[in-house]
Design a protein. Structure first.
Length: 150
């Protein structure tokens, strides 16, 4: 299950459905059952994400997305808690403007990116970055196809 929390500041600009669709599409692409794997997605502001980045990574700056992998099993349900994704809406908005695309599509990219990190993908070197970026592009294309069909 995808657990979503959107700051009241951004509820007019982001839908739970679009966040959930991006996360579920990523899990399905990776052949991971979204019914038994849980993720939390939070959409917040720059000060919130800056505080997390400083606390957990020692870097005092805002960023667009942070992922916190977990991988813990719930003994009652048997579900695997994959982890948390935190998105900065202002950073997503800035990225979208710079890339001349919609904020909604940028946030979908950040969700896909975050889920891939929860699943162990990284972009620390050129080869792993190419692999992760290619997966992102395929998932986003598939997601865009679903929107057009639906």
């Amino acid at each position: 299950m995808i657990h979503i929390s959107i700051s009241t500041l951004y509820k007019k600009n982001v839908t739970k459905e679009s966040l959930s669709d991006a996360a579920i599409s990523t899990l399905e692409y990776e052949k991971i059952d979204p019914e038994i794997n849980d993720i939390s997605i939070l959409v917040r502001n720059d000060p919130f994400i800056r505080k997390l980045k400083k606390q957990y990574f020692g870097i005092d700056e805002a960023t667009d997305v942070l992922s916190f992998p977990a991988g813990d099993a719930d003994p009652e349900s048997g579900h695997i808690y994959l982890g948390d994704i935190v998105i900065s809406f202002p950073q997503a908005e800035n990225n979208a403007l710079a890339a001349n695309k919609s904020t909604r599509s940028e946030i979908s990219l950040l969700v896909v990116h975050g889920v891939l990190h929860l699943l162990g993908y990284d972009h620390a070197d050129e080869e792993s970055q190419k692999n992760m970026w290619a997966k992102q592009e395929m998932i986003l294309n598939k997601l865009e196809g679903k929107k057009k069909d639906g």
